[in-house]
Design a binder for this molecule. Sequence first.
Ligand code: ADP
Ligand code: MG
Length: 563
Amino acid sequence: MELHILPPDVASRIAAGEVVERPSSVVKELVENSLDAGASKIDIECRRGGIDLICVADNGSGIPASQVELAFQRYATSKIDSIDDLVNVRSLGFRGEALPSIAAVADVEVSTRAAGEELGNYVYLHGGTVAQSEGRPRAIGTTIAVRRLFRHFPARLKFLKSEGTENGHSALVVSQYALAFPLVSFSLLLEDRLALRSPGSGDARDVVAQLYGSELARAMVPVELSADSLVITGLVAPASLSRAGRGHQSTFVNHRWVRSPLLQRAIDDAYRGLLPEGRHAIAVLDIQLPADRVDVNVHPSKAQVKFADEQLLFRHVRDAVSAALGKTRIASEAQHLATPGTAARQTAWSVSEQEPLGSSFGTFSMAPSAGSTSLPPLRILGQILTTYIVAEGPDGMYVIDQHAAHERVVYDRLLKQHGAHSPEIQGLLEPLTIELSPAEDAALSGLMDELATLGFALEPFGARTHLLRSIPASLADSDVAATLRGILQDMSQGGQGESFERLAESIACHASVRAGQQLTPEEMRQLVRQLEECAQPRTCPHGRPTIVHFSVPQLEKLFGRRT
Ligand code: ADP
Ligand code: MG
């Protein structure tokens, strides 16, 4: 083929692909536009995961009738004029790409009225071109309805996950903007259910209460620092209220939601030594800095930014969070003890009746050893670094990673349960009340069936609150609320497919003992015994080793007894 320039319709479809990756990208762009238009109220709705409908209605400044069609042209923006403006962007949008990109992959209806205009305007775009345009009454503001997203893009449709997962992404976007703009009142309807309503009170703590529950909101402490033309504000939770993923860390730069490894590291640094391995802080931070100290034009969906003074920013963020934590360390510890839901997880494996009573510490654990992958009988010597179990076998020394080994055990049991007609269930004496964030709740709706087949009995109990009445027997000794939350976070982040294996991996990871947890000799013996019963005891479900073997010849070589 000869070198040539692509026709505009092909070029715009390619560009659309970058902006509109999935339904939540549309939600993000439309919400950003509403915020740029100065709205104080934004109502969002998604149907069938956003494929049938995404509708965003605001009470912002509206689009003048003469400009509605222009807004759907590429590079049409009212927000910047020149290169100089680009280095001083204060608005969330500035590229003039979102509306044309959305119209290239969906049907769009706009209904808008600008201040000072008598009548509103209605425009319908089909296949990227205007199919209908007429005057229609509307209050000042804008409503944009996006229908049949990706209908003519089967490759994109195939790439999308379940409706629940897609709704989870959209809920996350709305949640983040609600946190960044506490003065704006947001509502989000997912499949006709109210997933979120933020009061618009101006207090981020009220939004946190809506998203993560009032208990957490009350426990969070304010962050405040201003220095070197930086203003850092926000809320952080005491270390006792950590989470398994980073899903509860929100970072904003001039109210723009960004993912920033630099800011994550600064938060981690402030919590250093306070959190066990694999746990993450809960934080909401907004960094205000002069617009020319940050480049917002470095990422296709503007989700990342580049800072002029990284070192300075890192230090100030870390210090601001540290200072906030320092003030409340003592209070938070007291809270930790008083809140049963956040108490340290139990680690005990119960002794089952087959098992000989009394500690078998110092004896060989008896396991059938068949085939090359199975384990030989091991005598447990102890735990090192509160992470590894050291054992002796007939042919040398074994070091077992307690987390990886436990993951394998739980994973295998879950897979076994999955095939079983009636899973082994552990009923809870007191049902556990679990409050979920909108994103977690949306993810849960897509997982209900799978979770039920495993033995999780969940009942709706008010908006985004569920009663957990039973759990899979294999998770009896874990902190189930934390496990469930961890699973929902993993699954709401999408990733490689939505197979049952992925769910089981996620459950196994969150329900397993962590590095850093002290184990009793009995617990270690139980764990190794359970590992011996697994068909693939030598790797965890992710394929990492559970056990490392130093053979007798290897040891002899290391000590120069043999060459
Ligand atoms: P950008 O946000 O980068 O300017 P968009 O394609 O998202 O580009 O929007 C194009 C233009 O349409 C905006 O610059 C703005 O003038 C107008 N617009 C879009 N949405 C709204 C809205 N909700 N309220 C008012 N004006 C809007
Ligand atoms: Mg925009």
